[in-house]
Design a protein around this ligand. Structure first.
Ligand SMILES: C[S@@+](CC[C@H](N)C(=O)[O-])C[C@H]1O[C@@H](n2cnc3c(N)ncnc32)[C@H](O)[C@@H]1O
Length: 246
């Protein structure tokens, strides 16, 4: 698949160093590419492989399963338990069957539904605080909902968690000033720019934005700082409601 952020020359040079995962995953990548199903690009996969090797997460949450490629890649690469959410029934069913065929059914739990609703239910049931939370979250679904996904994912994080968001540069569009972009792209550019500004400024997250694949953001979340942040937020709300009286 094309990667429009870096030139064809550079991406094909770098892709030549791509470490093929096992045969099953390689076949699944070809299956996806033949059918134009968007899955993680090869250089994104390489980056994730190294992050997973360094972080050794035990519980992974993924927003956007498609046919289950990245979910199986996560499970096979680091042995983590993976919960992955997909809202298209056909893709969800294909993912389930791929997960079985690749021998990942004991590690990967595919969940059917709109991620916003599923995450709301997960938050309402029992936000898995601290040790039982997710230590790695991969957001790879509808880009216009990244802020909503983020707000619902952070309470599900373990003490020190990583959140990776894919496609944040939207084939370079994000870098275009909205007023100079084609009209049809302006809202999505504004939304993504606002989202990246938002995560960069959060006091509980340390975020970098990289020109890998279609652009990825990588954030380290401190649960302790998040709890502090929420307390201050509630405090400010209370003060505002009481008209400034403490
Ligand atoms: C880029 S694909 C995911 C690719 C997959 N992570 C991989 O690399 O193998 C994005 C997927 O997110 C799904 N999606 C989009 N919005 C969603 C939502 N609100 N809830 C759940 N899934 C969603 C789409 O149907 C699509 O299959």
């Amino acid at each position: 698949m094309d990667n429009n952020i870096v030139s064809e020359l550079i991406s094909s040079y770098v892709d030549a160093f791509y470490d093929e995962p096992d045969e099953d995953l390689s076949e699944l990548r070809i299956f996806a590419e033949d059918r134009y199903v968007p899955i993680i690009l090869k250089d994104t996969e390489e980056l994730l492989r190294i992050i997973l090797a360094l972080q050794k997460p035990e519980r992974i949450l993924e927003i956007g399963t498609a046919i289950g490629y990245s979910a199986c890649f996560f499970a096979k690469t680091c042995g983590a338990h993976v919960t992955t959410i997909e809202k298209e029934i056909d893709l969800y069913q294909t993912a389930r069957s791929n997960i079985e065929q690749l021998g990942c059914a004991d590690k990967v739990l595919p969940v059917f539904g709109d991620a916003v609703e599923v995450l709301e239910r997960m938050n309402a049931a029992r936000p898995p605080a601290g040790e039982s939370g997710f230590d790695f979250i991969f957001i790879d679904a509808a880009k216009s909902h990244y802020r909503e996904f983020w707000d619902l994912c952070v309470p599900l994080c373990a003490d020190d968690a990583t959140i990776v968001c894919d496609n944040v540069l939207m084939r370079g569009l994000t870098a275009t000033r909205p007023e100079e972009a084609e009209h049809k792209h302006r809202t999505s550019i504004r939304n993504m720019r606002e989202f990246l500004q938002f995560v960069k400024e959060l006091p509980y997250a340390d975020t970098c934005i990289l020109t890998v694949g279609d652009g990825v953001s990588i954030s380290r979340i401190s649960r302790q700082d998040y709890i502090e942040f929420q307390k201050n937020d509630h405090e400010e709300d209370r003060t505002a409601r009481s008209g400034g009286r403490s």
